[in-house]
Design a protein around this ligand. Structure first.
Ligand SMILES: [Zn+2]
Length: 135
């Protein structure tokens, strides 16, 4: 019965290709583990990139940074006014050089910002809303 054979084949096909489902891929890429693996350190001295001292565009700070490195290896800088931005010129190697022995692992950016005194208005933009009432 050739007709029945074809129908069975079609019924199986969607399962066989489910590995390409964009939704399933998205779920795999957004594992909660990755979201909280953040390393930070503090850097009291100025940070100089290609001969130019990094300056906060909001408050003009040139030192006393919080340096954040996320899982893909992106480095973010954050000043005492809690302005934070992605600094593409810095790499994980730069972060590790700055972290040295002072590097610490925290479960979340919120934890380290509170602990090190970099808590500010921008912190809420990165974190769940459950702490809004406390700040
Ligand atoms: Zn600032």
């Amino acid at each position: 019965m050739p007709t029945q054979d074809i129908q069975q084949f079609r019924a199986i096909l969607p399962e066989a290709t489910s590995g390409d489902d964009p939704l399933l891929r998205l779920q795999a890429e957004s594992e909660p583990d990755d979201a909280i693996r953040i390393q930070t350190t503090t850097h009291a001295d100025p940070i100089i990139i290609t001969g130019i001292t990094v300056m906060c565009p909001k408050c003009g700070a040139r030192q006393d940074w919080m340096v954040i490195c996320d899982v893909p290896g992106r480095v973010f800088l954050r000043c005492r006014c809690a302005h934070q931005w992605y600094e593409p010129e810095l790499t994980r190697a730069d972060f590790e050089a700055m972290a040295g022995e002072g590097g610490q692992n925290y479960p979340s950016l919120e934890a380290v910002a509170l602990d090190d005194g970099y808590d500010g208005t921008l912190a809420g933009a990165y974190l769940p809303d459950d702490r809004v009432g406390l700040s």
